[in-house]
Design a protein. Structure first.
Length: 205
């Protein structure tokens, strides 16, 4: 039995409920909220969503989301291009940037190695990182991956790929609890983990 008096309302609820973390009750509340807004506000939201979907791209250097060919971080002359922080997800960049403790640039892998999920090295943005290192313009690589088995496996794989190049490799300090994701760490803990990073070589004997 259909509990909605409007097919259009039900359609909106169904679409919003597809978003992560949005149940049908929340989707209904959002739909009713949008109904109460001025048409201009709803059109502005629709336009922003379409603009984002159609025009956003990945930075050709680091893989971060960008409106242009090169993201604002890579294009910022004030950033230290000699230091590259390797993260698994764009959300990790947002988390690190909130700490205001890091002034280097990034490299986004778009995931971590996880055989159980069918994710191998070939599925990740790894070769472009190796190419960046091979150019000899990077002084330090920081592994800022989750402290899980998958994260550690990915770090070890990356280390093996770049260890023959003249680059220092470090990892964030274990102020992040084992099993934690970077995006959920508080800003102070994450900032200290970056500042107190340790040489990665000492962990792979």
């Amino acid at each position: 039995m259909n509990t909605y008096s409007s097919r259009l309302l039900e359609q909106c609820v169904n679409e919003l409920a597809k978003l992560p973390g949005i149940g049908r009750k929340t989707a209904l509340r959002l739909s009713l909220h949008l109904l109460q807004q001025d048409p201009a506000n709803v059109e502005s939201l629709s336009h922003a969503l379409l603009e984002m979907k159609n025009n956003i791209r990945h930075c050709r250097i680091c893989g971060n989301l960008s409106d242009a060919e090169v993201c604002q971080i890579c294009d910022n002359y004030k950033r230290d291009k000699d230091i590259v922080c390797v993260v698994s997800d764009i959300r990790d960049i947002l988390a690190i940037e909130k700490t205001a403790q890091y002034n280097g640039v990034y490299h986004v892998l778009n995931g971590i190695i996880s055989p159980i999920d069918g994710v191998g090295p070939g599925d990740l943005n790894i070769e472009s990182l190796v190419e960046r290192v091979a150019k000899g313009e990077i002084r330090e690589i920081i592994f800022a991956l989750s402290s899980t088995i998958e994260g550690d496996t990915t770090s070890f794989y990356l280390f093996r790929k770049i260890q023959d190049h003249n680059v220092s490799v470090s990892t964030i300090a274990r102020g992040i609890s084992v099993g934690d994701e970077l995006e959920y760490a508080d800003e102070v803990t994450l900032g200290r983990s970056l500042l107190n990073r340790t040489p990665y070589q000492s962990e792979v004997k």
